[in-house]
Write a protein that binds this ligand. Structure first.
Ligand code: KIV
Ligand code: NA
Length: 278
């Protein structure tokens, strides 16, 4: 498949063909999405922190860790548009520092766009990045990087005021130049309303079926994650049971001496050569 561009996403939105985004954290997960022409966007999410690095929260992830993983994902990515999260703290101190960090993601990790959590307070940054040619995917609704301030991971936009504020925020980020927007954990009605009232494609996660696209975390979708399973997660595979079976079979074969097989899985040396060695 030809490279997916921002224009491709606009086309998909216009055709009402749902956009597919899946996270990846390393070379093999990047290859898996690139092998499927129906995947439009690969996201190196900062969910990397929990599902891949065993950290408690995305707020513990460093920019260097993100660059290390995103560059591996880039090496395995072909047609999908490649987007990476800017980690917590890497775009907060100042617009200038944030630009330096976004440039590092583009230059050192070869990502094509960055994703930023936040609202009006990051609008100036979104505008600056876009003006330099670094495309920005916005992220509104539930903002995992702010889970402490928000007293947990909660559904957003469930009151009139909260829903109005969210729509207003989405509009501000679109006007600042975002090419697309993740909408996380909002009522399906609001997911549709935001989608209908923006010109850019929305990518929902827990935002109902009416957004322009959907995203899931790789480990949630493939069943390799043991932690909390949100209402919006669907498990499309159970790699965990396949993996556990494999570990069990390997350990058993080594323990009972059936692996390696002396014929099929071992090398040998010419008999005369071996006699002289002895
Ligand atoms: O970090 C992540 O994986 C994300 C997606 C779930 C949107 O931000
Ligand atoms: Na994220």
């Amino acid at each position: 498949r030809e490279k997916v561009t921002i224009q491709t996403l606009q086309l998909l939105r216009a055709r009402k063909e749902p956009i597919t985004m899946l996270t990846a954290y390393d070379y093999p997960t990047a290859l898996a999405s690139s092998a499927n022409p129906a995947i439009d966007i690969t996201l190196v999410g900062d969910s990397l922190a929990q599902v891949c690095l065993g950290l408690k929260s995305t707020t513990q992830l460093t920019l260097d860790q993100m660059i290390h993983h995103a560059s591996a994902v880039a090496r395995g990515t072909t047609h999908p548009l490649l987007v990476a999260d800017m980690p917590f703290g890497s775009y907060h101190a100042s617009v200038d520092a944030a630009i330096d960090n976004a440039v590092r993601l583009v230059r050192e990790a070869q990502v094509e766009a960055v994703k930023l959590e936040g609202g009006e307070e990051i609008a100036e940054l979104v505008h600056r990045l876009c003006s330099f040619g670094i495309p920005v995917m916005a992220h509104v609704g539930l903002l995992p990087q702010r889970h402490v301030a928000a007293s947990g991971y909660k559904v957003q936009g469930r009151t009139v005021d909260a829903a109005k504020a969210l729509m207003r925020t989405a509009k501000i980020l679109e006007e600042a130049g975002a090419f697309s927007m993740v909408v996380e954990a909002v009522p399906k009605q609001l997911g549709q309303f935001i989608t209908d009232n923006l010109r850019i494609p929305t990518i929902g996660i827990g935002a109902g079926p009416a957004t322009s696209g959907q995203v899931l975390v790789w480990d949630d979708a493939m069943g390799t994650w043991n932690g909390h399973k949100a209402k919006f997660v669907r498990r499309f595979a159970n790699l965990q049971s396949v993996r556990d079976d494999g570990v069990r079979a390997y350990a058993q074969a080594v323990k009972d001496g059936s692996f390696p097989d002396p014929q099929r899985e071992s090398y040998t040396i010419d008999q005369d050569e071996w006699a002289r060695f002895l």
